[in-house]
Design a protein around this ligand. Structure first.
Ligand code: ZN
Length: 81
């Protein structure tokens, strides 16, 4: 089995990444940017909500939308680069 790592995705992008459903993204530019990021990330498996006490809790940059977020977010497993 290949090595995996966890990525930290915001609540806005998590449902899209989990279900490949981006119908909630209505802005064309944002959609294009998200599609490019999703393609770069490759296959991502839903791992679960990030625990509140994780070391990175607080601010994090979502690798899908590229925005900074506050809060626990959601973890996905991806193939390590
Ligand atoms: Zn995001």
């Amino acid at each position: 089995m290949s090595r995996t790592e966890l990525i930290h995705v915001c609540d806005h992008c998590a449902p899209g990444l989990a279900n490949d459903d981006w119908t909630h993204v209505t802005d064309d530019d944002e959609y294009a940017s998200i599609m490019a990021a999703v393609e770069a990330i490759g296959f991502a498996a839903y791992h679960g909500p990030a625990p509140d006490e994780v070391p990175w809790a607080g601010y994090f940059r979502c690798p899908v939308c590229g925005y900074d977020h506050v809060g626990p977010g959601v973890l996905f497993e991806v193939e390590a680069a």
